[in-house]
Design a protein around this ligand. Sequence first.
Ligand code: MG
Ligand code: FE
Length: 169
Amino acid sequence: MATTTHDLFVTGLKNAHAMENQALSIMKPQTSRIENYPDVQARLKKHMAETEVQIQRLERILARLDEDRSSLKDLALSVAGAFAAVGHAVAADEILKNSMANFAFENFEIAAYKSLLALAGASGNDDAVADLELNLNEEIDMAEWLDQNIEGVTLKFASLKEAGETAKK
Ligand code: MG
Ligand code: FE
């Protein structure tokens, strides 16, 4: 039996919902271990708040499509495998590894929303486009912020190391 583009869109929305919950579980532990990097901490907290709203937008779209919210929790976290190390590293250079992994994750999210927007258009679900674009733009902003801060965070880490401080505090 053929799979319709509409079905692909619904599956993509459910995958995005799982992705956003994964995003929260990746960011949350990081916010308590980076006292030396208040800018990163503040940006992560801001993006966690944005992510909560992103999840609500996805749930609104799914509700309009008559997709049962309870089916979401059974979905496998396909993203988890690709980013297994994200947020769990306790290495001395944790801040650097997390900065790189966060950048990778945000770009994964950008690709996911571009794919969803293509499917929304192709399946006639134009009423979902505005919300998906809001999510996409927040991921682009976060990816750009991370992009602009990788060098600064790295040099701060290096100077703390030279001063003999730990990476965490
Ligand atoms: Mg997101
Ligand atoms: Fe994000």
